[in-house]
Design a protein around this ligand. Structure first.
Ligand code: AMP
Length: 280
């Protein structure tokens, strides 16, 4: 695996590989890698001759600066995991490399409605920062395909729109959410859970399964209340328990037969905020 910290060097290397006929798959991450991230690398390796992973904890997408300060960093272990997975290129830029003129100086995109609901509403400015950094990374790597996890459902929709707004030909590949044995979606933030918090964290998955399984004969307002009560009883503070049209994230007040739906939950335990979703 070749590791680059510098934009000019990685661009030159990728351009050389493209000249040799390699198609490029790109997996942007914030590090503290787990099997979920590695599944994206594996998918990219199946599809492409060159897989490029980036690790960059992007300051502009953290609306909560405490969350940024406490974001787990484990670069040595990440490199080991990427080597084992057979990743070809790792891009590991410093903040000054990505934002040489300061964080405010890069183009941002308007995601409209997507930036106003759920994660957009709970984390003002978050998707603006995500769009800003991914646009920058896409301009550097210029991949044929971009690999994202369904775990961040709304982010996938935002980045689909980003690709459209940028007029790129990049194909978006959404990969399934990797879970722990109790259903908890793998997340870098799980590392910050205490043992007792970790034991109960699977309740988010149980709620999603319950929303999914009650679609035939349940009422969403009742199921939603049951989920909120269960989350609270376990010590979570639910931010949202929502049902939406899976195509455009229009919020639904009840199950809608014939409509592809997605159930989404965000909840905090202590200082740690977890999100998850499931197609219904
Ligand atoms: P992050 O490092 O959290 O920014 O995530 C980098 C990429 O990995 C994003 O596309 C995430 O959606 C994806 N990802 C995170 N967790 C998982 C998971 N449990 N399963 C699959 N993909 C994931």
């Amino acid at each position: 695996m070749v590791i680059f910290k510098n934009i000019n060097d990685i661009k030159k290397y990728i351009s050389l590989k493209k000249d040799e006929g390699c198609s490029v798959g790109f997996i942007p991450t914030m590090g503290a890698l787990h099997a979920g991230h590695i599944s994206l690398v594996q998918k990219s390796k199946q599809d492409n001759m060159l897989s490029v992973c980036s690790i960059f904890v992007n300051p502009t997408q953290f609306n909560d600066k405490k969350d940024l300060e406490k974001y787990p960093v484990s670069t040595e272990a990440d490199i080991e995991m990427l080597l084992t997975a057979g990743c070809d290129v790792l891009f590991l830029p410093a903040v000054s490399e990505i934002y040489p003129d300061g964080e405010a100086h890069f183009k941002t995109y308007d995601f409209g409605y997507l930036d106003t609901v759920l994660e957009g509403a709970q984390r003002p400015g978050h998707f603006r920062g995500v769009g800003q950094v991914v646009a920058r990374l896409l301009e550097i790597v210029e991949p044929a395909s971009l690999y994202l996890g369904q775990k961040d459902y709304q982010q996938c929709m935002v980045l689909k729109k980003l690709i459209e707004l940028m007029g790129l030909a990049t194909k978006l590949i959404i990969c399934p959410t990797m879970r722990e044995a109790d259903g908890l979606a793998m997340s870098s933030r799980n590392r910050r859970l205490t043992e007792p918090q970790r034991v109960i964290a699977g309740v988010i998955y149980q709620c999603l399964v319950s929303i999914q399984s009650k679609q035939q004969n349940g009422r969403f307002d009742i199921v939603k209340k049951e989920c909120e009560d269960l989350l609270k009883a376990k010590g979570f503070v639910p931010e949202y328990v929502a049902l939406a049209d899976a195509r455009d994230l229009t919020l639904l007040s009840d199950y809608k037969a014939g409509t592809p739906m997605v159930a989404l939950i965000a909840a905090k335990i202590g200082e740690i905020r977890l999100i998850d979703n499931m197609l219904v």
